[in-house]
Design a protein. Sequence first.
Length: 137
Amino acid sequence: MKYWLLKSEPDVWSIEQQIKAGLKGAAWDGVRNYQAANNLRKMRSGDLCFFYHSNIGKEIVGIVKVIKSAFIDKTDKKKRFVAVQVRFVRKLEKPVSLEKIKKNKKINHLPLIKQSRLSVMPIDFKSWKIIYNMGKI
């Protein structure tokens, strides 16, 4: 199993909408950055992802699970980009802000800080555990 971080603007797709998607989950689509798309291609069913609200909030608010590996993104007319299907797992008891992540020297190496525009990124297990505990799950 691998760990990831998925960024979404909450006014476009929020954790609440992800919850409403239910057991069938929702396609994580619309990714048009090649590096982020390559990360989507590496995801496998069962991988866990932090759900990050970008622009508004700038915080990790929950966890979703990949339930279907990469497939052609239906929103891409040229069929070059992929999507994955994700299902809601849980909300964090306490959202973890970007500010708190930046202040924690043990995780300030993350792409979330180094490549702030990247919308799909890997997270190492040690950093996953630190953020998970910061969210007091």
